[in-house]
Structures are given as C-alpha cells and as structure tokens.
Design a protein around this ligand. Sequence first.
Ligand code: TXA
Ligand code: MG
Length: 328
Amino acid sequence: MGHAARTRLAPADAASVAEAAALLRAGGLVAFPTETVYGLGADAASGTAVARIYAAKGRPSFNPLIAHVGSLADARREGVFNAAALTLARAFWPGPLTLVVPAAPGCSVCDLARAGLPSLALRVPSSRIALALLALAERPIAAPSANRSGRVSPTLAEHVMADLDGRIDFVLDGGAAEVGVESTIVSCLEAEPLLLRPGGITRGAIEAALGRPLRAADPGDADGEAPLAPGQLASHYAPRAALRLNAAQPLAGEAALDFGHQFWRSGDGLRLDLSPDGDPIEAAANLFGYLRRLDASGAAVIAVAPIPREGLGEAIMDRLTRAAAPRG
Ligand code: TXA
Ligand code: MG
C-alpha cells in the first residue's frame, strides 16, 4: 500500500466496513468515526503503516498514539492492568476513556506507535462502526485524530476529506461524532491514576468510579497534539549512549545509525541502516527499535548519518535531536 493517490469516501455500511478492515489488514490508512472524533487508523503492529499516519498528518514529531481495541480482553493482551486501570476500564469501556498502562510482554503495538515508550495508550471506543471495524480487523488499530497537524479534530467525514483527501486510502462516513472532543486520558502506570488529558469522560465521573480524587498533570494544549506535561516528555525513550548527529563516517569504537547507505567506513561497532534505499517511511518504522539495539550493543557513542529534513525526515530529526540533547 503506497501513498494513496485517491481517497475513497463511502457510507459506513457493512460492505464498506469490511473493505476498510481489509485495507487496514493490508497496511492501509483508514479514517473512521469514533464517538469522540474521527480517527486516522492503521495496523498498530506495523511500523510502516504507522509511519504513514505521521506522514499523512504532516506531524513534525512522533507522539505516541492510542491503540484502539474491541474489548477489555483484547486490551489485556497488550497492556498490564493494575487495580485502578481495571476499575476504570470496567466502568467506562466501551467509551471515551483512554488508559495508559505498561506494555505487556506479548504487546503487538509497534515501537513507533508507542514512540519507543515501555507503556501504551489503549481505548475501547463505543461507536458501533468503530467496534465493527475492530472486530473485522482483528488487531489493535493505532489512530490519532484524522486531521492535518495543527488543525482541529474532525467530527464529520467532510472535515477528514478537507484535510486528508489524496493522503489516505479510505474514509468511512458514519455521520457526526457525537461527543465531539477527544477521549479523557488517564495514566495507570502507578497505583494512583493521573489525569493526562481532560476529555469525553469527566473528572467527576472518574473520581466517582475510583472512590477517590484523581491526580492531574499539566493540561497541555487543547488539541492534545503537544506533549501534555514536561514529565511526559522526559519519559520519552532516551538512549543511554550519546548521539553524534550528521556524522560523515563512524569513528573507531562508535556504533552507527546509517540512512541510505552513506557510511562506507566501518566503525567496528554495530551498524544499522534505517533505510538502505533512503525511504523516510521505512526509516521512521525502524527508528526506535534500531536506537534500542544500538544502545544495547554497549557503545558509548552512536554516529548518526545525515537525514534530510523532508517529509517524515523532520520528525525523525526532531526525535534524534531530542535524544542527542544533554540530559541532567
Ligand atoms: O478520542 C480520542 O482519543 C481520539 C480518537 C480517534 O480515539 N484519538 C486521539 O489520539 O485523540 P491522539 O493521537 O490525537 O492523542 C493521543 C494522546 C497524545 O496526546 C499522546 O501524547 C497520548 O495520547 N499518549 C499516547 N500514548 C501515551 C503514553 N504511553 N504515555 C502518555 N501519553 C500517551
Ligand atoms: Mg489530535
């Protein structure tokens, strides 16, 4: 599934939901209605499919995405639920609540969708169309809001077309998304849950279900695109090794992260090429996994080949620049 030259828009009847599920299973991009806003979906296990989400949205950075699943049972194959997470899932799923939990050992959600984090965001949407699509796709579907980066979240299929026509494969038209704001995000990484983003489920309702007050992080921007709290940024995967960006060639003892086969000298450390053909989609899909492998090789420094800041190259360089910044 390459870049979609033409975007098909169809009413969400049984036939088009089946067609959309087949596209998702083949690595395509499908916008679909949830009860909150329209989501831009891709197979959460496929790094290249997820990379195409960021490319289609024109996102200049890699935020971790929400993995949508059909049931709590499916969610528990992907993430580890503590007591609070179970209470909230049972109270509000299906519905506009997203839970951030530690990734389970068999988690299928790829590194890129999780932005390299050891945790992931999960939600069971209540929209009948979304649930039918998830049932046929038979896998977690990563989906941010189906808008171009910096635009408001879409509540109608026409909004999606206005932003993404020609950039995605399919738009399932299910009419207006009834809630109109994104899901509430609660982190259940610790025993005491933390409100990361206000949304479709009120703080009061969550506190009533928990039987106690909810800690709150900094609210972040209304669109939910920017990092929600400084702590969330700090929790992004950071390699232990130092990164030497725009390296001409790896030096003795350095591990090497190449792009488009630019390195001809061996740095005698582990050397991985994000994309030998210089394809930024393939490079984005490999980014976090390769950083982790190079870091685990024990090298003190990872030499990184120059990567053009075009298309997804901008987000890749944003991530690498953050990883290269000195940490306290
Ligand atoms: O209502 C919604 O939630 C919509 C519909 C389509 O489901 N989706 C949505 O996704 O708003 P998105 O990608 O625009 O927002 C996902 C938010 C981001 O702010 C991201 O930082 C946060 O979830 N997030 C995802 N994984 C996380 C993690 N492991 N830790 C902390 N925050 C996470
Ligand atoms: Mg959004």
